[in-house]
Design a protein around this ligand. Structure first.
Ligand code: ATP
Ligand code: MG
Length: 590
C-alpha cells in the first residue's frame, strides 16, 4: 500500500466524484535545455507513478518554447533518463511546439474579445509601470488600443515586420491585482530565431504561462502537478483556461494545477544553471561524472532506478519546502543494492600476507556464496595459495583493546578459507610493514566439520596474490563538503537529519523561474564548498571473476561498499570500478 499524500487524496476524491470520468492524465514537462537531475526524478516518479497507480496515462511533453536554448540531444537524453527510471509514455510524447498553431489561434481570440493587446513600451518602461507588491500597476498608453489595431499589429508581428523586442502581446487582466502575474502578463514575444522543430516558421513565440495551461488542456491533462514556485501562477493558469472554455474554445472539464515542494538535497546543487558551471569549470569530468547529481551521473555511479523510487516514496510529497540529507538517498540505494548486488572480494589498500606453513606452489579453491540471502545465486570459487593480499589496516603491531584482526599472536578467519595465527611482520628500513606472516590450521577450512571447532572474533577478506587482478577503483564521495553549498544554512532550518525549511521559498518574479528558489544567505561562493576529496583514484586487487564483469554491473565489495563496473571505461583486461556508496554512512563521524 503506498503511503497517503495530498495528491493521492485529491485524485482519489476526483475519481470518487467522477470529476474527470475516472480518468487520470498527468504529464512530465521538461524544458530540453540540459540533463535531468535528481530533483527531476521526484517529479517523474510522482507524475508517472500517480498515473500508473490509477490506470491512467502520463505524457512526456517537451516544453520547447524557448528557441535559443533547446537542443535535440537534450531531448533524447531526457527520454532515455525517463525510460531508465522505468517509465513509458507509450505514444504520448509531445512538444509544446506541436501547439503553436492552436496557441496562435487562441491569441487572436483573446485579441478579438479585447482580452489581449499589443504592448509597444520598452522593457524598462514596462518594468516601471508594473508597480510593486504594494502599489498597483499603471496602464501604458497602448492598453487602450482598438481590437482592429491590436489584430493588425499582432499579425504583422507574426509576419516578421518588427525586430526582436519591438512589441509583445499582453493579456488584459488586472493591473491592480496583488498578484503581479495577473498584471497583464506578456504571452507572446518577437524572437527571430530558428526553432529546432519548427525551423523558421515562427518569429513570435508564446511564453511559458500561456503555453503550459493550454498544452495541458489540449492533451486532456487532468492533474497538472508542478513545483511550488508556480503557486502564484495558478490564478493565471485558471484565468486563461476559464476564458477559453467560456468562449467555447476548450471543452470542460479543465485541468487543475497542484503544487508540491521541490527536492532540495544537501551536499549537491540541483539547478541546471549551476551544474553547467561545474562542467564548464572542469570541476567534474562531464555531465555523467558519477559525482554529478544528474541522472546520467547517477547511472554511472551505480545508483539504481529502484533506489530512486524507494527514495521518492520515503521522502513523500508535501506542500512546504524542505531539505533532505544526502544520506537518506544513499540509504535508499543501499537498500536496493543490498538486495541485488552479488558479493565479491576486493583489497583496496593491499599488504602481503604470507602463510608460512602453506606449501609454496600449491593452490586450492575455496567457495563463497554470491549472495548470503539468496543461495539460488550459487557460489563461486576463490583460489587460495601461500601468498595473499589483505587490507593494510587489518594488521596492527600494537593492537588496541577491541581490535579483533591481525596482530602478533592473534587469530582471525580468512573469510571462506582457514583460521590463521599471526606470527609477526617484515618491515622496510622506514618501519613500514611489507609483509605479515602467519600460520594456518588445515583443520579449520570453511564448510568442513572442523570449521566451527574453534571460534575467532575477526573475519577478514583476502585475495590470492598470484590470482589477483589489478583494477582501477574510483572512490567517490560527496561533491560538496558543506551541506548547503554557498549558504551557512537555508533560512529557518533545523540543524540536522531531514531538514525542514518551512517558508524558505522566495517570491519568484514572473519570467525568472530558472534561478534557485531557496534564498541564499550569501556567505561565500558555492564553488568554494566543493569537496576536494570527492574523487580518489587507486589501484586495488580484485578477485579474478571481476575481470569479466559487464559495464554497469554492480557488486558489493565485502566490508567496503557497493561498486559498479564503469559504463565508459571498464573493459576486459582493464577493469574500472566506481564506488557507489559505502556500506555504512560515515560522513557524520568525520
Ligand atoms: P532547473 O531549475 O534545474 O533548471 P527546471 O525546473 O528548469 O530545473 P524543467 O525542465 O523546467 O527544469 O523541469 C521539468 C519538471 O521537473 C518541472 O515540472 C519541474 O517542476 C520539475 N523539477 C525540476 N527541479 C525539481 C526538483 N528539484 N524537485 C522536484 N521537481 C523538480
Ligand atoms: Mg525551467
Amino acid at each position: 500500500m503506498p503511503a497517503a499524500n495530498f495528491l493521492r487524496a485529491i485524485i482519489a476524491e476526483d475519481n470518487r466524484s467522477g470529476k474527470y470520468g475516472g480518468r487520470v492524465v498527468t504529464r512530465f514537462p521538461p524544458e530540453p535545455n540540459g540533463y535531468l537531475h535528481y530533483g527531476h526524478s521526484k517529479s517523474i516518479i510522482l507524475n508517472f507513478g500517480l498515473a500508473a497507480e490509477n490506470g491512467g496515462q502520463c505524457n512526456l511533453r517537451f516544453d520547447d518554447t524557448n528557441p535559443a536554448t533547446e537542443d535535440v540531444e537534450f531531448e533524447s537524453s531526457i527520454a532515455e533518463a525517463v525510460r531508465w527510471l522505468g517509465f513509458d509514455w507509450g505514444t504520448h510524447r509531445y512538444h509544446a511546439s506541436d501547439y503553436y498553431d492552436r496557441l496562435y489561434e487562441f491569441a487572436e481570440w483573446f485579441i478579438e474579445h479585447d482580452l489581449a493587446y499589443v504592448e509597444s513600451s520598452t522593457a524598462d518602461e514596462m518594468r516601471a509601470l508594473r508597480g510593486t507588491l504594494t502599489e498597483a500597476g499603471t496602464p501604458s498608453r497602448y492598453r487602450s488600443r482598438s481590437v482592429a489595431e491590436n489584430m493588425d499589429l499582432f499579425r504583422r508581428m507574426k509576419a516578421g515586420e518588427f525586430p526582436d523586442g519591438a512589441h509583445v502581446l499582453r493579456l488584459k487582466i488586472d493591473l491592480a491585482s496583488p498578484n503581479i502575474n495577473m498584471r497583464d502578463p506578456a504571452i507572446y514575444r518577437i524572437r527571430h530565431a530558428s526553432h529546432h522543430r519548427t525551423g523558421d516558421k515562427w518569429c513570435i513565440y508564446p511564453l511559458y504561462d500561456y503555453t503550459h495551461c493550454i498544452s495541458d488542456a489540449l492533451e486532456g491533462i487532468t492533474h497538472s502537478i508542478c513545483t511550488l514556485e508556480f503557486q502564484d501562477h495558478r490564478p493565471l493558469y485558471d484565468w486563461v483556461l476559464a476564458r477559453l472554455a467560456e468562449g467555447g474554445k476548450l471543452p470542460p472539464p479543465l485541468p487543475q494545477q497542484y503544487e508540491f515542494a521541490r527536492l532540495n538535497l544537501t551536499h549537491v546543487v540541483l539547478s541546471k544553471r549551476k551544474l553547467i558551471q561545474l562542467v564548464e569549470h572542469g570541476d567534474v569530468d562531464g555531465w555523467d561524472d558519477p559525482r554529478m547529481p544528474t541522472l546520467v551521473g547517477a547511472r554511472r555511479r551505480g545508483f539504481t532506478p529502484e533506489g530512486f523510487r524507494i527514495f521518492a516514496e520515503r521522502i513523500g510529497v508535501s506542500k512546504s519546502d524542505s531539505w533532505i540529507d544526502f544520506s537518506v538517498l544513499e540509504d535508499c540505494m543501499r537498500e536496493d543494492l543490498n538486495a541485488r548486488a552479488e558479493r565479491r572480494m576486493a583489497v583496496l589498500d593491499p599488504v602481503k600476507l604470507v602463510i608460512d606453513n602453506y606449501p609454496a606452489g600449491e593452490e586450492e579453491s575455496c567457495f563463497a556464496p554470491n549472495h548470503p540471502q539468496r543461495p539460488e545465486q550459487g557460489k563461486r570459487a576463490l583460489p587460495f595459495s601461500r601468498e595473499l593480499w589483505i587490507e593494510r589496516d587489518d594488521y596492527q603491531e600494537d593492537a588496541p583493546q577491541g581490535y579483533f584482526r591481525l596482530a602478533p599472536g592473534a587469530e582471525v578467519r580468512l573469510r571462506f578459507a582457514y583460521i590463521v595465527r599471526c606470527v609477526g611482520a617484515e618491515k622496510d628500513a622506514d618501519g613500514n610493514v611489507v609483509a605479515v606472516h602467519c600460520t594456518y590450521d588445515p583443520a579449520t577450512r570453511s564448510g568442513t566439520s572442523g570449521a566451527d571447532a574453534r571460534k575467532v572474533r575477526g573475519n577478514i577478506h583476502w585475495i590470492s596474490a598470484a590470482h589477483a587482478v589489478p583494477a582501477q577503483v574510483r572512490l567517490y564521495d560527496r561533491l560538496f563538503a558543506a551541506p548547503f553549498p554557498g549558504m551557512k544554512r537555508p533560512l529557518g532550518t533545523a540543524a540536522d537529519g531531514v531538514i525542514a525549511a518551512e517558508g524558505a521559498r522566495a517570491t519568484v518574479v514572473a519570467g525568472d523561474l530558472d534561478d534557485d528558489e531557496v534564498p541564499e544567505t550569501a556567505e561565500r561562493s558555492w564553488l568554494d564548498d566543493l569537496n576536494p576529496d570527492s574523487k580518489r583514484v587507486i589501484t586495488a586487487y580484485v578477485e579474478p571473476s571481476l575481470g569479466g564483469a559487464a559495464p554497469g554491473e554492480v557488486f558489493q565489495f565485502e566490508r567496503h561498499g557497493y561498486f559498479v563496473a564503469d559504463l565508459r571505461d571498464h573493459a576486459p583486461g582493464k577493469p574500472v570500478f566506481n564506488r557507489t556508496v559505502t556500506l555504512k554512512d560515515s560522513w557524520a563521524q568525520r
